[in-house]
Design a protein. Structure first.
Length: 208
């Protein structure tokens, strides 16, 4: 009898552990190092980027978003001047998908499993607990995921003097190209600085 109880207890604990698997963990983005990323500079403005692979997606996003059709690129711009620069993602030569759309594609979905637990719970009451745990666990994980993706997304912004910005852009995998460019505008001189993945030097143009 004790053996039956212990087996049942172990099985119940396993169910709780399975239900608790709906979690979200991701590391903060690491600062890009010019030694292992693409690096470009124009006088006092420095540009670095890195195309994330599947392993890095799991590390920094907790999910393999590439498998869902999105290629993340980490971009860093360091403004080591006294000028203000405007960063607008419309000046990126690749199409961008908002982080919330990418996040939704990798949401934890435990509805089917929770439904099975719920049905079994009608006949065997202990199954009610994993059903509840699963439901709350997946909701909390998805909320954390949404917040983290939003925090790591590179947004349109003004780059302050002597400041750095870094973040992720998400490109549809079918539209991703290794050759791309990103432009920022010097708000003090109206000059446009274009960084390109195919050039070692930035291209500077002036609006008249």
């Amino acid at each position: 009898m004790y053996k039956k109880i212990s087996v049942a207890g172990i099985g119940f604990v396993n169910l709780l552990l399975l239900a608790g698997c709906a979690g979200y963990k991701a590391m903060p983005l690491r600062r890009l190092n010019a030694k292992n990323t693409f690096h470009m500079e124009d006088n006092f403005v420095y540009f670095d980027y890195k195309v994330l692979d599947a392993k890095e997606c799991k590390t920094y996003l907790g999910r393999n978003v590439i498998a869902k059709g999105y290629q993340p690129i980490q971009v860093s711009i360091h403004n080591n001047s006294k000028h203000y620069f405007s960063l607008c993602l419309e000046n990126l030569s690749l199409p961008v998908v908002h982080a919330y759309e990418v996040a939704e594609s990798v949401h934890t979905n435990t509805v089917k499993r929770a439904t099975v637990y719920g049905i079994l719970g009608i006949f065997i009451w202990p199954f009610i607990i994993p059903a509840v745990v699963d439901g709350f666990g997946s909701k909390e994980a998805n909320e954390k995921l949404d917040f983290d993706f939003a925090q790591k997304e590179l947004r349109d912004q003004i780059i302050q003097p002597y400041c750095s910005v870094t973040g992720l852009i998400f490109v549809p995998i079918n539209d991703f190209r290794s050759e791309f460019s990103l432009s920022i505008v010097d708000l003090d001189t109206t000059k446009t600085i274009e960084f390109s993945s195919t050039r070692l030097q930035a291209k500077v143009t002036t609006k008249f």
